[in-house]
Design a protein around this ligand. Structure first.
Ligand code: MG
Length: 399
C-alpha cells in the first residue's frame, strides 16, 4: 500500500490571455470547459484518495465545480486566493494525503503515466516535478540585444503536476517570504534547500495560455482519441438502417420458396417473380438504406428477364448494388406473416441461407414467423407478408 495521495487541482486563474472574460477553467475547449480535460485524467486515477478543487469565489467557482466530471475519486471544493501560492495554500489546508500533487488545470492534457512518474519521484525523493527539454536556443536579454547564451542542454521547462510529501510542502509554504509571488511549488521547496527530483514531462502537457493553444489542444485530444462525441458521430455514420415490406397472394399449384428454401410444394406465392417476399423485403430494405431506390427500379417487373426470377438471384443483385455503393448488410430482423405453412420448422435453414447470401454473421440474422390471427388481407392463408429491418455497414470499398 502506497502513501495516501491528494491532488490539488488549481482552477482559480483568469482567462485574459485567452481573450476571454470567463475564468480560464471555464473557457471552452472542444465543447467542454477547459478544467474538464485534466479532471478526466485525475477522477479516474486510482492512486488518488481525493481531489481538492481550488476555484475562484462566487458564481464562477460554483460553475467550475459543477462542470467537473465525476469519477471514482471524490472531489472537495475550496476557494482560492489572489496569487497561485495562496490558492495552493488553501488547497493544502484542505488536503489530507501524505503525498500531495499540485496541478494547474490549464495543463489540460496531462496523462496518467506522467502523474504516476511524479508520484513515484515524490515518494522516493520527497519532491518531484515533471520537466521537458527545451528546443529553442536560449539567450539572456541584454537591454534588447542578444546576451549570453544559456546552453539549452543545461535547462528544463518545468510542468505540473508537481508532487511532494505533504509536510515538506507545508514547510516550504511556511518558510517562504510572504511577499514572494513564487512561480510554482517546486521552486518553493528548492528555496528551502531541499532536493526536487526531475521526472520526464511531456510535450503534450503544455499550458493552455494563448488562443492558438486551444486549437493545438483539440489536435492533441483528437490524436489521443479523446473526442468521444466526434468519434461517436463518425461511428454512427458507419451504419445505415433500411426498412422493407412485401406481400404476395398464395395460390394453388405454385411452390413456396423463401431465400431458396422450399417451405411448401402445392400452394405458394403468385407474382411476376417467384414471389419470395422475404428476399424482396430484404433487398428493398438494403437498397433503401443505401439510398439506391427500390427493387422496382432495379428489377422492374416489366422486364421479361425478371419473369420467375428466384428470390436469391434478386437478393444477390441487391448485395452487389449496395457493395458498389460501399455498403454491406451486417444485420437483419425479419417478420414473416403467414398462416400456412408454418415457418418454425424451416427457420434455421432460412436464417442460415439468408446469412450466407448477405455475407452476414448468422447470429445477426433473425427470422420470425407470425400468423395473421384471422385479421387483414393475409387472413386464412390468403397470402404471405414480410416486414424487416436491415443494418448496413460502410465498407469504404465501393466502386
Ligand atoms: Mg415481392
Amino acid at each position: 500500500m502506497g502513501l495516501s495521495t491528494s491532488l490539488i487541482l488549481l482552477a482559480a486563474g483568469e482567462g485574459r490571455r485567452l481573450g476571454e472574460s470567463l475564468p480560464k477553467a471555464l473557457v471552452p475547449l472542444a465543447g467542454r470547459p477547459l478544467v474538464c480535460w485534466s479532471a478526466d485524467t485525475f477522477v479516474a486515477l486510482e492512486e488518488l484518495a481525493e481531489i481538492v478543487l481550488v476555484v475562484p469565489a462566487g458564481d464562477a467557482g460554483r460553475a467550475i465545480a459543477d462542470a467537473l466530471p465525476t469519477g471514482s475519486v471524490p472531489v472537495r471544493v475550496v476557494e482560492g486566493g489572489a496569487r497561485r501560492r495562496d490558492s495552493v495554500r488553501a488547497g493544502l489546508e484542505a488536503a489530507s494525503g501524505e503525498l500531495v500533487l499540485v496541478h494547474d488545470a490549464a495543463r489540460a492534457f496531462v496523462d496518467a503515466a506522467l502523474a504516476r512518474r511524479v508520484l513515484a519521484g515524490a515518494s522516493e525523493h520527497g519532491a518531484a516535478v515533471p520537466a521537458a527539454p527545451v528546443t529553442d536556443t536560449l539567450v539572456r536579454d541584454d537591454d534588447g540585444f542578444s546576451g549570453e547564451e544559456v546552453p539549452r542542454a543545461s535547462v528544463r521547462a518545468v510542468q505540473t503536476p508537481q508532487g511532494f510529501r505533504r509536510p515538506l510542502l507545508v514547510e516550504a509554504h511556511e518558510a517562504a517570504d510572504e511577499a514572494w509571488d513564487a512561480p510554482d511549488d517546486g521552486t518553493m521547496v528548492r528555496a528551502l534547500g531541499r532536493p526536487v527530483a526531475l521526472v520526464d514531462g511531456s510535450g503534450e502537457n503544455f499550458k493552455v495560455t494563448w488562443p492558438a493553444d486551444l486549437e493545438r489542444g483539440v489536435a492533441v485530444l483528437r490524436a489521443a482519441g479523446r473526442l468521444a462525441d466526434e468519434a461517436g458521430e463518425a461511428s454512427v455514420n458507419e451504419f445505415r438502417v433500411g426498412y422493407g415490406w412485401d406481400v404476395h397472394p398464395l395460390v394453388e399449384g405454385r411452390p413456396f420458396d423463401l431465400v431458396g428454401v422450399r417451405v411448401a410444394d402445392e400452394r405458394g406465392p403468385a407474382g411476376h417473380s417467384d414471389g419470395d417476399a422475404l428476399s424482396h423485403a430484404v433487398a428493398d430494405a438494403m437498397l433503401g438504406a443505401a439510398g439506391l431506390g427500390d427493387i422496382g427500379t432495379h428489377f422492374p417487373d416489366t422486364d421479361p428477364a425478371m419473369k420467375g426470377i428466384p428470390g436469391p438471384t434478386l437478393l444477390e443483385g441487391a448485395v452487389r448494388a449496395v457493395a458498389a455503393a460501399g455498403w454491406r448488410a451486417v444485420q437483419v430482423d425479419a417478420v414473416l406473416i403467414v398462416d400456412k405453412p408454418k415457418i418454425a420448422p424451416h427457420r434455421a435453414e432460412i436464417r442460415s441461407r439468408l446469412a450466407a447470401l448477405l455475407g452476414a454473421e448468422e447470429d445477426a440474422v433473425s427470422i420470425k414467423g407470425k400468423r395473421s390471427e384471422g385479421l387483414g388481407g393475409l387472413a386464412n392463408a390468403a397470402g404471405v407478408g414480410c416486414q424487416c429491418v436491415v443494418t448496413l455497414r460502410r465498407t469504404n470499398e465501393g466502386s
